[in-house]
Design a protein around this ligand. Structure first.
Ligand code: G3H
Ligand code: 13P
Ligand code: ZN
Length: 285
């Protein structure tokens, strides 16, 4: 069942859990996510980055996601992750994505509002949900000081204006997480999540969630997070299993034999996340 991002996140918000949004790049990862969702009874978001669309092609990604969703017993949304290109977002609308992210977070507040509102107006006309980012969620490799990090965090008052003036459906916030593998433990500003949630009252999105400990994930959900983005943990589990198999079977050359263990390992990690996020057994007909 393919439904909109808004429908999936409204259910999560009402029932106080978070939906996992897992990055897809190939068939094995799509299958790993859907099998984990079915086994745990979780609603789920398949998301493709611009890099994923470039690698696999929008035709393949959307076709695989649609087949997966049509055959799944759980609600599924297909989402564009970190969209920055107007034309590509329009292509996603045409190819049946049910949710898109416009990431204009590198611009000034005024510009971010202007760019985001344009995407919201167009996407809502065709019934597609929109996520946008306020504040700057960097990468773990970005070498920034504590002061700089605080300056890039989402300002609750700005969030009120951003949500009101753009009419978006969910808001990605910068609260201390970063994309990629963490060196230490991320320091999440839970009070900031709570304050933004109280002020804007729409589903909030946590990016860079791989490697965030279970206790922090649970606290983030309690304070208002309803969508949790995971990519790096999928990549690592997939990659480690493929490497391990190749090491133990140096003469293996069948891609099915090599990639199969990657799919199984990713599925296990994804199912654990779904249970951690409280989305297991929340799927509805
Ligand atoms: O937030 C970024 C995601 O991890 C996607 O990464 O652009 O390398 O596909 P990517
Ligand atoms: P991680 O790769 O750190 O899990 O972040 C994923 C993400 O935020 C995708 O938008
Ligand atoms: Zn992200």
């Amino acid at each position: 069942m393919l439904i909109t991002g808004k429908q999936i996140l409204e259910h999560a918000e009402k029932n106080r859990y978070a939906v996992g949004a897992f990055n897809v790049n190939n068939m094995e990862i799509v299958q790993a996510i859907i099998e984990a969702a079915e086994e745990t009874g979780s609603p789920v978001i398949l998301q493709a980055s611009q890099g994923a669309l470039k690698y696999a092609g929008i035709e393949y990604i959307s076709a695989m996601a649609k087949v997966a969703a049509e055959n799944a017993s759980v609600p599924v949304a297909l989402h564009l992750d970190h969209g920055t290109d107007f034309k590509q977002i329009m292509m996603c609308l045409r190819y049946g994505f049910t949710s898109v992210m416009i990431d204009a977070s590198k611009y000034s507040l005024e510009e971010n509002i202007k760019i985001t509102k344009k995407i919201v107006d167009i996407s809502h006309t065709v019934g597609v949900s929109v996520e946008a980012e306020l504040g700057k969620i960097g990468g773990t490799e970005d070498d920034i000081s504590v002061d700089e990090r605080d300056a890039t965090m989402t300002d609750p008052e700005e969030a009120v204006r951003f949500v009101k003036e753009t009419g978006l459906d969910s808001l990605a916030i910068a609260v201390g997480t970063a994309h990629g593998p963490y060196k230490g433990e991320p320091k999440i500003d839970f009070d900031r999540i709570k304050s933004i949630k109280e002020k804007v009252g729409i589903p909030l999105v946590l990016h860079g969630s791989s490697g965030v400990p279970e206790s922090s994930i649970k606290k983030a959900i309690e304070n208002g997070i309803n969508k949790i983005n995971i990519d790096t943990d999928i990549r690592m589990s997939f990659n480690n299993a493929v490497r391990e198999f190749a090491k133990n079977n140096p003469n293996a050359y069948d891609p099915r034999k090599l990639l199969g263990p990657g799919r199984e390992a990713a599925k296990k990690v994804i199912a654990e996340k779904m249970i951690m996020f409280g989305s297991s057994n929340k799927a509805w007909k």
